[in-house]
Design a protein around this ligand. Structure first.
Ligand SMILES: [Zn+2]
Length: 132
């Protein structure tokens, strides 16, 4: 059996409430039976409108990087992921992999790429897809 909805009160100016009530009574063709129903519908529409304007943040964000590795904020996992650069390759500690999407994201960052290209010149085993 569906639960009975719970309600909460919101205060609006008496004058505005009266204006809405008059409109609702004078125009039954719009299907509103009460001020509450009208206000809830108006607020729901506005909320949808504003939500549509909110841009989702990208999944990954580089937090910082140095010659030892890069920290990546993963908004899907809700954590900061470490990707380390070692003489024998690149490693994501979260996925224990050198091919996961964190590594992919890391090597696409120009700053990280510059570090890795330098390390590769120094003889580190760094696989990089050709120039992006
Ligand atoms: Zn990973």
């Amino acid at each position: 059996m569906p639960r009975k909805p719970e309600y909460t009160g919101v205060s609006i100016k008496e004058e505005f409430a009266q204006s809405v009530e008059n409109f609702v009574k004078e125009h039954p063709e719009f299907g509103y039976r009460s001020i509450a129903q009208f206000v809830e519908d108006a607020a729901r529409r506005r909320l949808e409108e504003l939500r549509a304007q909110v841009k989702p943040l990208p999944r990954f964000e580089q937090v910082n990087s140095d010659e030892n590795g890069v920290k990546i904020l993963d908004r899907q996992l809700h954590k900061v992921v470490d990707v380390y650069f070692k003489p024998n390759g690149i490693r994501c500690t979260t996925d224990q992999s050198d091919k996961c999407e964190h590594v992919q994201f890391a090597i696409e960052q120009p700053e990280v790429r510059a570090i890795l290209l330098q390390k590769r010149k120094e003889g580190w085993k760094i696989d990089l897809p050709e120039e992006i």
